[in-house]
Design a protein around this ligand. Sequence first.
Ligand SMILES: O=C(O)CCC(=O)C(=O)O
Length: 271
Amino acid sequence: MNKHPLRAITQTDIETYARDGVVLIKNMLDDEWIECMRAAIDRAVAEPEAHGILSISHGPMTSICYMSRNIPAFLDFALESPIGEVVGRVIGADTIRFYHDHLFVKPPRSPKVMTWHCDETAWPVTGEMVPNIWTAFSPINGENGRIEYIAGFHRYCVDRNTHFGFTQDQADGVCPDFEAERDNPDFPFRFVTFDMEPGDAVIFHPLTPHFSKGNMSETEARVGLAVRVFGDDVRWWNPPYKAGIPGLEPQPDGLAPEGDLFPVLWRRAQN
Ligand SMILES: O=C(O)CCC(=O)C(=O)O
């Protein structure tokens, strides 16, 4: 099972993430990881309540979090796979800690649409270094519900200190419905999306809007495992609309996350 990515992170990967707020990393995992995690994912999908915490989007799609607390393979994936290194190098962090994992499985013919949203508004922290590394464990394509992203919108949000959520009472309210912009030739941002193979990953910024439609395949589930991490600039911040962390009281605003619930996944070697 590979500990380092199967191909090195490049300057182009780093610049693409900085510019677009989203980057595809092909071929991150070897076959052993894919096989091991497919088995662990099948276990979680068979009994979601027993193996994770149901997310609000659970329903016609398996959407559960914190499997790493129940199925050892998910914790191994966070700690021993290349994800910490990959995300740390792409976002330019010196230290990457684990935050949580979130499994998204759309079975064949799942009508589940994830409406446009940014993740950042839910996380009980400030800082830009709370990306999502979303790894494919099935083929991902236009038929089975691949994710779409609005490239560059994260900079718009950072520059204006704007934070869109899922609901009106979160920060600056509901994320714009970018469907209205799809055919607008004057829309200043790009829609981007990626076909993926098992073991490929997409890293996206917490303020990058994303969306996925239902799975129109008759036969193929769409399987993705999101891992969210904390980098160097992250500090606790707990207004009422933020998600809690199971088993942990809200932490004092302004402190950096640390401790056993947030193990270090990767540290940059010092020269
Ligand atoms: O898997 C999906 O379709 C949505 C994923 C998502 O919203 C996320 O990873 O934050």
